[in-house]
Design a protein around this ligand. Structure first.
Ligand SMILES: Cc1ncc(COP(=O)(O)O)c(C=O)c1O
Length: 317
């Protein structure tokens, strides 16, 4: 088991990794009725920090509300759970996965009295699309699977069952030898990767799509939009056609796990000269400096691990 660590926060208690278990008849296992987050913790000169923790936990609650999954903890309690579990596992750099889901009670599709269970895991996870992809760019393919429609799902949320759509797309892409899939939406416009938002650059202007394109409203996407404003780079939010992507000077993915990953080619057609572009690298390098605590004006996005003086009581019996 590669993604393992010592402890997990599970329903308010700290338990050993092996003991964080649920019943096979849990509602979530049958219908995907869970909402989750992907968050990252990075080392800095002043100790580890979690990037945009409050925003991730707020999005977790918003995703839950969309599905009627009412989380039986407060935002502050789950923020503290994230800080505690990283500290207790002794990580400097790690991925954090909070999840809230319907547990075991009824197997009816309507969850009725199923309890909402909550877990927060932290573990090491390297470059999502590989170190080489992160540095030199990834080769992607347009998926035969369309991104799930806003009319079928609240597609801007992060819900477990929705990821079957992403899984189909990335499995198909890998089978055909590509690093990642790009899903178009029901209208034929570019939506996003299986786990990333997308940006293109044309004539020094940065372009990304909006909520109507059936995308997850990524926190990294929002960060990059903010950084473009701060750097006075022209940024526009509009629908992106397949043709616009193919003719772009640069393109890149954004996501908590993928960070800023340059896109080298789409279906074997190079983007620009196939190498990470100038604006992509400028934004990527600034992002890396921010998450590693090197930019004082962005430290409000960083939650230091050592601020949790009041650690959750010792491991549950
Ligand atoms: C489908 C999808 N789109 C976009 C993103 C990027 O979101 P964020 O930047 O909040 O991690 C993710 C990240 O997990 C994702 O799964």
């Amino acid at each position: 088991m590669s993604d393992q660590s010592k402890l997990i926060w599970f329903n308010g208690k700290i338990v050993p990794w092996e003991e964080a278990q649920i019943h096979v008849m849990s509602h979530v296992l049958h219908y995907g009725s869970g909402v989750f987050e992907g968050i990252k913790c990075y080392s800095t000169q002043n100790g580890p920090v979690i990037f945009r923790l409050d925003d991730h936990i707020k999005r977790l609650f918003e995703s839950g509300e969309k599905y009627g999954i009412i989380i039986p903890y407060s935002v502050d309690e789950l923020i503290k759970a994230c800080l505690d579990i990283v500290k207790l596992n002794g990580f400097e750099n790690c991925y954090i996965r909070p999840i809230a889901f319907y547990g075991y009670d009824t197997l009816g599709v309507h969850p009725k009295n199923c309890p909402v269970e909550v877990a927060v895991a932290s573990f090491f996870w390297g470059a999502y699309l590989g170190e080489d992809g992160l540095t030199n760019g990834v080769n992607i393919t347009v998926s035969p699977w369309k991104r799930l429609s806003l009319e079928s799902f609240p597609s801007s949320t992060k819900a477990s069952g929705q990821y079957l759509n992403s899984m189909l797309a990335v499995q198909d892409a890998r089978k055909r030898g590509y690093d990642e899939a790009l899903l178009l939406n029901q209208d034929g416009f570019v939506a996003e990767g299986s786990g990333q938002n997308i940006f293109i650059v044309k004539d020094n202007k940065v372009i990304t799509n909006g909520e109507n394109a059936s995308i997850l409203m990524g926190i990294t996407r929002e960060t990059i939009i903010q950084l473009c404003h701060d750097l006075e780079i022209d940024i526009q939010i509009m629908d992106i056609t397949h043709e616009m992507l193919l003719n772009a000077d640069e393109a890149f993915f954004t996501g908590t796990a993928s960070e800023i990953t340059p896109i080298s080619s789409v279906d074997d057609s190079s983007i620009g000269n196939g190498k990470p572009g100038e604006i992509t690298l400028k934004l990527k390098n600034l992002y890396l400096d921010i998450i590693h605590g090197k930019m004082s004006q962005y430290t409000h996005w960083l939650s230091p691990i050592q601020c949790t003086n009041d650690l959750t009581p010792s491991v549950a019996e």
